[in-house]
Design a protein around this ligand. Structure first.
Ligand code: DX5
Ligand code: ZN
Length: 224
């Protein structure tokens, strides 16, 4: 029998209409989203600049769903408290931005948020074998971070499988989140590889019917 999985769909507001942000957040919540994914970019770690705690506060006010702040910024430890105060429930930081990643993950937990550990496509799973236990979820980037609408990098599937094996071998139960290029064509394989939380930006917000898209993505993931 197949292991029962808890599939979570996390629309990324990066592809939303920012002029109507609260409305967009309420629309995906009404359409069945499980988590709101917020991409924070600083123009240093990644080439793009997006949003900060002020916008997170507005998202927080618009939804009862968990707010997942994905920090693509240098020295994220300087800002985690501000993001938590703005209403983030989950805060993830990149392995590549944190020389003291264990300390940063512990600091996120100490603030009362769920701590996420993110790996870029170029970072091997083996790099996090010791610190993964300090994370409440682990995010595999399946594109190079910075922009929505990029194509899924195929070798991410192997990384998800490898991470799943690592997590089980440590006797842990840490969900794997995947971010980048998730759509109707890719989600099933990604779920089969072992992911449970699916970030999707363009696949949802570029469609007219958010409910139909979220339902379809969820059904495909369940079938994976
Ligand atoms: C990319 C961001 C993603 C992005 C995904 O750096 O972390 O969350 O919004 O966009 P899609 O789903 O369009 O690939
Ligand atoms: Zn993201």
């Amino acid at each position: 029998m197949k292991e029962k999985r808890q599939i979570q769909i996390a629309p990324s507001i990066l592809s939303a209409d920012f002029g109507r942000l609260a409305e967009e957040v309420r629309a995906v919540e009404g359409a069945g989203a499980d988590v709101i994914h917020v991409d924070v970019m600083d123009g240093h770690f990644v080439p793009n600049i997006t949003i900060g705690p002020l916008v997170v506060r507005a998202v927080r006010a618009a939804t009862g769903l968990p707010v997942d702040c994905h920090l693509m910024i240098e020295q994220p430890e300087r800002y985690i408290e501000e993001f938590k105060k703005a209403g983030a429930d989950w805060i993830s930081v990149h392995y590549e931005t944190c020389p003291h990643i264990h300390r940063t993950l512990c600091a996120i937990r100490d603030l009362g948020a769920r701590a996420g550990l993110v790996l870029n496509p170029g970072t091997p799973v083996s790099a996090v074998k010791d610190v993964v236990r300090a994370a409440d979820y682990c995010l595999i980037m399946s594109v190079n971070p910075g922009f929505g609408g990029q194509s899924f990098i195929e070798f991410s599937l192997e990384k998800i499988k490898e991470l799943k094996v690592l997590i089980s071998s440590l006797g842990l139960n840490i969900p794997i989140e995947v971010d980048g290029g998730i759509n109707r064509d890719t989600i099933k394989e990604v779920a089969r590889a072992g992911a449970e939380i699916f970030v999707a930006g363009s696949a949802i917000f570029e469609k007219g019917d958010y409910k139909e898209e979220i339902d379809t993505l969820r059904a495909l993931a369940q079938a994976g």
